[in-house]
Design a protein around this ligand. Sequence first.
Ligand code: SAM
Length: 285
Amino acid sequence: MKVISTKGWSDYGLLDSGNGLRLERFGKFVISKPDPQAIWNQSLAKSQWEAADAKFQNDTWIKKSDFPQNWHVNYKELKFLAKLTPFKHTGIFPEQSLNWDFIEEKINNQKSINNSKPYILNLFAYTGIASLVAAANGAKVTHVDASKPSIAWAKENQTLSNLLDKPIRYILDDAIEFCAREIRRGDKYDGIIMDPPVYGHGPNGELWDFNKSFPILLDHCSKLLSDKPLFVIANAYAVSASAIMLKNLFEDYFPKGNLEYGELALEQESTRLLSTGIISRLSFI
Ligand SMILES: C[S@@+](CC[C@H](N)C(=O)[O-])C[C@H]1O[C@@H](n2cnc3c(N)ncnc32)[C@H](O)[C@@H]1O
């Protein structure tokens, strides 16, 4: 079991955490928001926390007067939109940069063997940064999410990143329903990405309850994996389970490969780590 962590990148940094909060820089803006597990002491001075451009307090954002509706954040050649959402999110899960690099590496490993374009399935794909990374590296991507606003946001990010010529198929659907239909169609994918919430709903009210639904989804995904797979990635957050749960499930459903599992974490500018969830990654190349 390992901790897979990132220091961030030029447009993202975890500045501090503690007292139930995290302080982050997204592009040129600094925001503070709750993080229930950050019960340790803060490292930075109170004044630095108070200087944040936006703070999520009592279920709402307190913003400086000139704080924009949305702003751009870059990651390598990609450019995407950050916005303050009512659910204290920004449209970017920075720890996912660890998976963006992994996806890029696996697709390029394949490219060095043969030039075929891998088929990548991105489930619970949200604002689609992982879809952009895969498409920018030559994959044919199927992007599935249950939320119309999230799909619209993902399309904005594709435009902003100048990747409109890249094959990304957007599907508004429930992850399990979609995968069941793909099995009936006989479709296969070389790479599968899953980042499910604990609870969620499909567009027709299909209930997603992690502990009940996730094993079903893995069973479907095991039937969708091609015979020359690249990878399978699953992470989960806010589930009261250890990464060993993911490891055991992957061993139940997927063929042998290089399996790594553990925690995803953000590295603060001091030595401290902030865990953001659990992960299991299986690679075959
Ligand atoms: C936390 S986000 C995933 C973040 C994403 N991996 C990323 O890095 O940008 C969870 C997403 O799951 C979607 N979702 C929730 N229930 C779903 C379901 N039953 N089927 C498909 N998508 C669902 C939500 O709309 C949301 O966009």
